[in-house]
Design a protein around this ligand. Structure first.
Ligand code: GLY
Length: 464
């Protein structure tokens, strides 16, 4: 955790941005796996942690934007709780640690909020992403669950995203520390990779590294010879010589910040020429996008640098024909890379995505999104100094998508579908690093490089 002053300053800034009303920030509770006392690994809500620090279940924070009063709500442990969980700090102590003057039992929260509502005051809250939180907000405010999403505060949503997007020096230091876990995870996978091993064995080892050096994985590990399946969580394959293994994985540090990297490499440790040709294009897209980054540039321009490199590279292989502009206009970029180039990185692996563009009607709030230009609306995102984002281009050969494009006559005369036939079983390649936007451009997160150049990859794969 950071100092009490850090959290106090963040809350004061949030209060200044919101102006009036109450700001309700519920923390996450435990989430049962199959019965109440057997819960999933606990994860605090990142926005609660950003403003109130603590990573403990069943807390809620309230900031009165008019008066500046702040309170942490939660229940002190009873002796019964202590028998199972050991002694814990009181809620008053927890509040004091993050510079909050008042602490109250959870039962007081509903009364305080309803009192504010009765006085005609607005209660600002973010759109919940867990069912339990939707029910909690519904009960606290006396509204039916179906109304909870519609009554969220757009002011709060943009204010939180704008604040969380730009990382302070102490946050950047945490992100640099989180890199070390990602480095260990990926080099473990690369060293273990060899024909005959199972994906499961390697994925298990990778997850073990995340747990050994931090709180665990920052998202479910993607480790598969079917790299063309973007978020492939199936690890049932046995590694075969001649195929590629894609590993997209990250760890969460105990400091609350995360890493997210992807590497793709030949199972037998040697790229074929065909694999290498595609790999070098993806690597060039990765490098060109990173080199293009400048503070105040639009995300779309950053993304364009990667898509253009990919299309140019595929033209050189005669998979795409004609001008790059025509190919992009016709949708060839989507055919080969059906995902965005990057997303925010911070306390969440898709930082602030719970309050992202899918959580509000973009067309109704387009002007607002343009004015904010923060990470939650990628079409209007303007990169700032201190923004951290992923750089993850890929080239995928997805048979179903190729067939769909061809059947619909898309990219006719642009995509060489005959040539593409020989890539149907190629799979996919993605390469990903995390970038910090600096005054001069971009810095790749980390003090080392997870092997990425062909010769460096070939030097590590299979070398245990
Ligand atoms: N690297 C995982 C993701 O972007 O979702």
């Amino acid at each position: 955790m950071f100092s009490a002053e850090t959290y106090a300053k963040r809350r004061a800034e949030l209060r200044r941005r919101i102006g009036s009303g109450l700001i309700l920030l519920p923390g996450n509770g435990e989430s049962p796996m199959n019965y109440p006392n057997n819960a999933y690994s606990y994860r605090q809500d990142s926005t609660f942690a950003y403003f109130f620090g603590h990573s403990l279940p069943a807390l809620a924070g309230v900031i009165d934007a008019d008066s500046g009063a702040e309170a942490l709500y939660g229940d002190d442990f009873t002796v019964d709780d202590i028998i199972w969980m050991g002694p814990q700090p009181s809620v008053a102590d927890l509040a004091a640690e993050v510079g909050v003057a008042q602490s109250k039992p959870m039962a007081a929260l509903a009364a305080d909020l309803r009192h504010a509502v009765a006085q005609g005051r607005k209660v600002h809250y973010l759109p919940p992403y867990r069912g339990e939180t939707t029910l909690q907000v519904s009960q606290l405010l006396g509204i039916v669950p179906a109304m909870v999403h519609d009554r969220m505060s757009l002011d709060l949503l943009f204010a939180v995203a704008e604040m969380r997007e730009v990382k302070s020096a102490e946050e950047l230091a945490c992100i640099e520390e989180a890199f070390d876990i990602g480095y260990r995870m990926h080099t473990t996978a690369m060293r273990m990779c060899r024909p005959g091993r199972t994906e499961q064995e390697i994925a298990g080892a990778v997850d073990g590294v995340a747990k050994s050096f931090g709180t665990g994985v920052s998202f479910a590990t993607i480790l598969s010879q079917h790299g063309e399946v973007l978020h492939n969580h199936d690890h049932s394959g046995t590694l075969e010589s001649g195929r590629l293994l894609l590993c997209d994985a990250g760890g969460e540090h105990t400091n609350g910040y995360v890493s997210d990297h992807t590497r793709t490499y030949p199972v037998n440790g040697r790229f074929t020429q065909k694999q290498r040709d595609i790999y070098e294009i993806v690597l060039a897209a990765h490098d060109n996008a990173a080199a293009a980054v400048r503070p105040e540039m639009m995300y779309t321009e950053y993304s364009d640098a990667a898509f253009r490199t990919i299309i140019e590279g595929l033209k050189a292989l005669d998979i795409v024909r004609g001008s790059v502009d025509d190919a992009l206009e016709a949708g060839a970029g989507y055919l080969f890379m059906p995902h965005g180039l990057g997303h925010g990185i911070g306390m969440d692996v898709h930082d602030c995505e719970n309050i992202g563009e899918r959580s509000f009607p973009m067309d109704e709030f387009e002007e607002r999104a343009k004015a904010s230009a923060c990470c939650i609306t990628r079409p209007f995102w303007r990169l700032r100094e201190g923004t951290v984002l992923s750089d993850e281009p890929g080239i995928y050969f997805v048979p179903a998508l190729i067939d769909k494009f061809r059947a619909e006559g898309k990219c006719k005369g642009i995509v060489n579908y005959e040539k593409l036939e020989s890539y149907r079983d190629f799979g996919g390649i993605r390469l990903e690093d995390d970038l910090i936007v600096t005054a001069a451009g971009a810095k790749v997160v980390g003090d080392r490089t997870i092997p990425i150049k062909v010769e460096d990859v070939e030097a590590i794969v299979g070398r245990e």
